[in-house]
Design a protein around this ligand. Structure first.
Ligand SMILES: C[S@@+](CC[C@H](N)C(=O)[O-])C[C@H]1O[C@@H](n2cnc3c(N)ncnc32)[C@H](O)[C@@H]1O
Length: 220
């Protein structure tokens, strides 16, 4: 199954359409809210917006919110949420590998739990596209899986830190995923300045499954 079909199936189920934003995403938006003062428009792009929980918040805060996703089903739900927030939808069906925007048109770009779907080359392409569409001094926030995450190594080996998952404990069976070791982060984001990253971890399954993500902020 290709990744778009995989996500179309998931987005059709309400339990895979979270309503509330992640506090990490809220923090990124609030930290950059000052950009709205004295500016007619601050453009915010969510790459892989899913069902739109973050793009809706961005619109409510006053950003000109845009979003792309490879899943038509996700976009349909996101569009509905934006209509409820009385925001004109600026959404596009697109892969993160080739964004449908000109260079340097977003002050803020976020990609929350998306670039790891694919190979190292896919992830690097997504990061390069985020860099391309950012304005000079624009800010990026990306959430990517660490090599400590419980899914790492649970599947067919494809390349270093890249696996086609064979565990049925997750909703991601069959997807190819790429994980980042600590030294990979500065390397993958070397085109950016001021790269700062933290780690967030939580468990599920009576502490048997560690969910481990890098929280990466960077400036063009
Ligand atoms: C875990 S969900 C995260 C959704 C959203 N960022 C959120 O935090 O609610 C991953 C999203 O990435 C999208 N996705 C996966 N591969 C993609 C690609 N190559 N290009 C664009 N979106 C992709 C999926 O359709 C899905 O909506």
């Amino acid at each position: 199954m290709d990744i778009a079909t995989h996500w179309n199936h998931l987005h059709n189920e309400p339990r895979f359409r979270p309503i509330y934003p992640s506090d990490h995403a809220v923090r990124f938006m609030m930290a950059n809210r000052g950009m709205l003062e004295g500016s007619t428009q601050v453009r915010f792009l969510d790459i892989g917006l899913g069902a739109g929980r973050h793009v809706k918040l961005a619109a409510e805060l006053g950003f000109a919110a845009f979003g792309v996703d490879i899943s038509f089903s996700g976009l349909t739900h996101a569009r509905q949420r934006l209509l409820e927030a009385h925001d004109p939808s600026r959404l596009a069906l697109s892969s993160f590998r080739a964004l449908p925007f000109p260079d340097q048109c977003f002050e803020l770009v976020m990609s929350f739990g998306v670039f790891y779907y694919g190979t190292a080359e896919d992830m690097q392409k997504g990061i390069a596209e985020a860099h391309r569409v950012l304005t000079p001094k624009g800010k990026l926030f990306a959430v990517l899986r660490t090599t400590q995450d419980f899914r790492h190594g649970k599947g067919e080996y494809i390349a270093p830190n890249t696996f086609r998952l064979t565990i049925s404990k997750t909703n991601e069976l069959g997807t190819v995923q790429h994980f980042l070791a600590i030294h990979d982060v500065p390397d993958y984001f070397r085109a950016f300045r001021n790269v700062v990253f933290e780690k967030t971890e939580t468990t599920t399954g009576q502490r048997t499954q560690l969910h481990s993500d890098w929280l990466i902020t960077a400036e063009k």
